[in-house]
Design a protein around this ligand. Structure first.
Ligand SMILES: Cc1cc2nc3c(=O)[nH]c(=O)nc-3n(C[C@H](O)[C@H](O)[C@H](O)COP(=O)(O)OP(=O)(O)OC[C@H]3O[C@@H](n4cnc5c(N)ncnc54)[C@H](O)[C@@H]3O)c2cc1C
Length: 455
């Protein structure tokens, strides 16, 4: 039996970051991984998605180059090359994670890890004993919609980012972050895309104004968008899939189900260790990510909160620091930024206007079009919006919702202002560089405070 202080199952952004933090704290650490180092995030999800989206953004820019005085022909998409670059991006980043684990002298065990009791992990024939903590970081797996199953031409989001040829037609079920990204990438690369959402708006967990702006953008790109529409009667054939929506029938080369995921706990031995789930079917944890079993922690997509890579990483840090005897601050889930890389780009955090009203806040909204910042005219995209939601009583920032170019980066400064206990009146008096997109954030804060300058 090999002995460690910390054994981590899963090497995604939750697991590998936890491992590095553990090693920094002087803990002897092992990581167990059944598939590829870097987890789903680096190998199949966030990173491959963003690599392909980057190619779609590039095509878009080339198409618009004439507006900037640059004459080029109609761009040709070499999808094989797009996917080759995607592969290079993935291997560069996963290679980097491998090097970091080595640098920190973290042992890497390949194979399926499972709990045999409250302090031991089995990998193949080997048993790894953990003196201080076992951290479960095994992520999540795709789930089909009711009445459908994966297989043949019906695929999940990870497969959608790994197609070998550019599909002529693609149907995407679910217009949340993942579905919106897939639809927006493939339509710009040249596929004919239908996007279906059962609820009444795209990106339904975002502020309603963001959904409106995103839907406008999607239609402009040529996505055939259907909200309040359920896809049924899915039947996969050899080279296409047929389905029904409303009273109509559809057919596409691939049908992507982007409508939910569940925790990957199969074969993890939760029963043997006595680890319990919460009412949502996720692993039940407290503020320091401890399960009901002493020394066993769970993080990332296995536990409550938004299924996001940066949330998994931060939980990994908190779990390890707690196991090491430190007193980490529990995560404030409301302040986790969300980034969606469709066109238009969406960056947000905290409460939407409606959620703030429902929660009984004395709501103030500072909403400005991107045009308030000169930089957006220079850049050539004034179609975006910054919306800051606050509470009038103390000038508190409750949430922010940005849609438009660079939104995913821009939202971070508002998160930071809030985390540093700044309100919108303070943000309104922080000098922003000129001409930058961030001046639109400044103006949204001024608008909330009642003295918008450029508008
Ligand atoms: C298509 C797609 C795009 C996404 N884009 C983004 C994005 O842009 N930004 C963002 O923040 N989030 C994004 N997400 C969500 C993000 O991928 C997850 O929140 C994140 O990967 C969770 O990290 P994790 O460490 O919990 O698990 P994962 O990244 O899922 O890693 C878990 C690892 O554990 C391994 N494992 C599982 N069971 C065992 C076992 N028993 N033994 C050994 N190893 C095991 C798995 O093989 C896997 O490598 C996206 C998700 C999808 C599906």
């Amino acid at each position: 039996m090999a002995s460690y202080d910390v054994v981590i199952i899963g090497s995604g952004p939750g697991g590998y970051v936890a491992a590095i933090r553990a090693a920094q704290l002087g803990l002897k650490t092992a990581v167990v991984e059944k598939d590829a180092i870097g987890g789903r995030c680096l190998n199949y999800a966030c990173i491959p998605a963003k690599a392909v989206l980057r190619s779609a953004d590039m095509v878009q820019e080339v198409r618009e180059a004439g507006d900037f005085g640059i004459t080029v022909g109609e761009p040709q998409v070499d999808f094989g090359k797009v996917m080759e670059r995607r592969g290079e991006v993935v291997s560069s980043l996963t290679g980097g994670v491998g090097m970091l684990l080595k640098k920190h002298k973290i042992d890497f065990h390949e194979g399926l890890g499972s709990l045999t009791d409250a302090g031991t992990v089995k990998v193949g024939d080997q048993e790894l004993e953990a003196a201080k903590a076992i951290i479960l970081a095994t992520g999540s797996v795709k789930r089909p919609i009711p009445g459908a199953s994966f297989g043949g031409r019906v695929i999940g989001t990870e497969e959608a980012w790994a197609l070998e040829t550019l599909p002529a037609t693609l149907a995407v079920v679910g217009a949340g972050a993942s579905g919106a990204e897939i639809a927006s990438a493939y339509v710009r690369l040249g596929s004919k895309v239908q996007l279906f959402e059962g609820l009444d708006r795209v990106l339904p967990s975002e502020d309603a104004d963001v959904s409106k702006a995103a839907a406008r953008g999607f239609k402009k790109q040529g996505i055939d968008l259907h909200t309040k529409t359920f896809v049924t009667d899915i039947a996969t054939g050899k080279s296409s899939v047929t389905f029904a929506y409303g009273d109509e029938k559809g057919e596409a080369e691939w049908l992507v189900i982007a409508a939910g995921r569940g925790p990957d706990v199969e074969g993890l031995g939760l029963d043997l260790a006595g680890v319990t789930l919460d009412e949502g079917g996720l692993i039940a944890v407290d503020g320091t990510l401890r399960t009901n079993v002493a020394k066993i922690y769970a993080i990332g997509d296995l536990v409550h909160g938004p299924a996001l890579a940066h949330k998994a990483s931060e939980e990994g840090v908190i779990a390890v620091e707690h196991a090491a005897g430190l007193d980490p601050h529990p995560l404030d889930y409301a302040d986790i930024p969300r980034a969606t890389f469709c066109l238009p780009n969406v960056g947000s955090f905290g409460l939407s206007e409606q959620e703030a009203k429902d929660a009984g806040h004395d709501v103030v909204v500072g909403k400005v079009p991107y045009g308030v910042a000169g930089a957006t005219t220079v850049y050539g995209d004034r179609t975006g919006m910054v919306k800051l939601v606050g509470d009038k009583r103390y000038g508190e920032i409750l949430g922010a919702h940005i849609v438009g170019a660079k939104a995913t980066d821009m939202v971070q400064e508002i998160v930071n202002a809030k985390l540093l206990e700044g309100g919108y009146p303070e943000l309104a008096r922080m000098i922003h560089g000129h001409p930058t997109f961030s001046e639109a954030v400044l103006e949204a804060a001024r608008a909330a405070d009642g003295w918008l300058i450029h508008g």
